[in-house]
Design a protein around this ligand. Structure first.
Ligand SMILES: C[S@@+](CC[C@H](N)C(=O)[O-])C[C@H]1O[C@@H](n2cnc3c(N)ncnc32)[C@H](O)[C@@H]1O
Length: 376
């Protein structure tokens, strides 16, 4: 019980009335206690009918208690019993606006980047580049990309053709953050970075937190996190840690994380005519858990770590306008670039491996031939 009411009743009633009244109240579910001139009531579920039926005994006292109880708005009733919501839980927070101003929100972390945006030079646009992102991105001007959508190499030991996917974590993050620093630089004022991350749970390295912390330290605004629920309950690993023992149980996950960051401002300017998300899509996708099956064609595309087209479609439509410049610095088999193209965005895909780049280009050609078929 954790609802309290204190009634100034005692000077009005005889000791006998109080004793009988308290007994009735206790039976009805109210704990009573005397505190000086006050009768303190403590309750959660109260049998109101029972109290009503006893009113002939200590009429005024019980009527007074009933009145007091009914003044409390937060209750529901069933079978003559009233269930009160906890006062504490139900308390509204007052001064929300002032509190928000005091906390400063993301302003405590945010940096102020230059606001003047630049055009992305034509030589980079609507192309797949076979390159090390760190090197190529250095040739891009500041503030020229509207949206970066990517999933970095996992450091799991995935068999990427041309890059070593197992490194000491420190080295892994150093290399990754050098590329992500370039990403922050090339992002426009109001631009977004969306990163799909699969932590290596068995190494107990929370890469989704470390990467988020990196972007926050760089001064970006953390816009939010989406859980990508893959529903793959038959996860390949069958380890339970310490089976049926609290010594070290192993937690299992059927989801990955999608972290979203903004540069300078949460709001992205754009033309109304360039919005292509429907009302239904918007309603569904702003809910921060996306249930999407993993990519099924990884074997066909000869890439072991792709995200599905549906994920790219939702991220691109929810966070960019048509004709925006969309970059993927770890483009792999070209899911981002294919979907960006399909959705009328300009795209830039970079991958260090030439055979992945070839796949990405083939997927673009397939997309273009679909467009052409539709036109004829
Ligand atoms: C997780 S995969 C991305 C898969 C992609 N999202 C897709 O759906 O196909 C990461 C990719 O990063 C590429 N990569 C690793 N280091 C790179 C670097 N320094 N520059 C560019 N690409 C790199 C790998 O070749 C790999 O294809």
């Amino acid at each position: 019980m954790n609802n309290f009411r204190s009634l100034q009743l005692l000077n009005k009633y005889s000791d006998d009335d109080i004793a009988v009244g308290c007994h009735i109240l206790n039976t009805a579910g109210i704990k009573t206690r005397l505190n000086g001139e006050n009768l303190v009531l403590d309750f959660d579920v109260v049998n109101m009918k029972y109290i009503e039926n006893q009113q002939n005994k200590t009429k005024e006292l019980l009527a007074n208690v009933l009145d007091e109880l009914l003044k409390i708005r937060s209750f529901s009733s069933a079978n003559g019993k009233i269930v009160f919501k906890s006062f504490n839980k139900d308390k509204k927070v007052s001064g929300k606006k002032e509190n928000k101003e005091k906390r400063l929100g993301y302003e405590s972390f945010k940096k102020h980047f230059a606001k003047n945006n630049n055009d992305i030079p034509n030589q980079f646009v609507n192309k797949i580049h076979c390159a090390n992102s760190l090197v190529l991105l250095q040739q891009f001007p500041d503030n020229c990309i509207d949206l970066i959508l990517t999933s970095p190499p996992y450091n799991f030991g995935i068999n990427y053709n041309n890059s070593n996917d197992v490194n000491v974590w420190d080295n892994y993050f150093e290399t990754l953050f050098a590329i992500f620093s370039e990403c922050v630089r090339v992002l426009k004022d109001g631009g977004r970075i969306i990163v799909n991350i699969q932590p290596l749970f068995s190494d107990y390295v929370p890469s989704h937190h470390l990467i988020s912390n990196f972007f926050i330290q760089q001064g970006l605004i953390w816009k939010g996190e989406i859980i990508w629920e893959k529903n793959n309950y038959n996860c390949k690993y069958c380890t339970w840690g310490s089976w049926q023992s609290p010594s070290s149980p192993y937690l299992k996950y059927s989801w990955e994380f999608i972290e979203i960051f903004c540069k300078n401002t949460l709001k992205k300017e754009g033309n109304k005519e360039d919005i292509d998300i429907t009302a239904d899509e918007f309603k569904k996708w702003v809910y921060g858990k996306w249930s999407i099956a993993p990519e099924r064609k990884m074997k066909d595309y000869k890439h072991d770590a792709m995200f599905p087209e549906e994920l790219a479609k939702r991220a691109i439509k929810l966070f960019s306008y048509q004709n925006d410049a969309v970059l993927d610095p770890f483009n792999g088999a070209g899911t981002t670039t294919k979907v960006a193209r399909l959705l009328g965005r300009r795209f830039i895909g970079i991958d260090i491996d030439s055979s992945y780049c070839e796949t990405a280009e083939n997927r673009l050609r397939e997309t273009d031939s679909l467009f052409n078929q539709e036109e004829n």
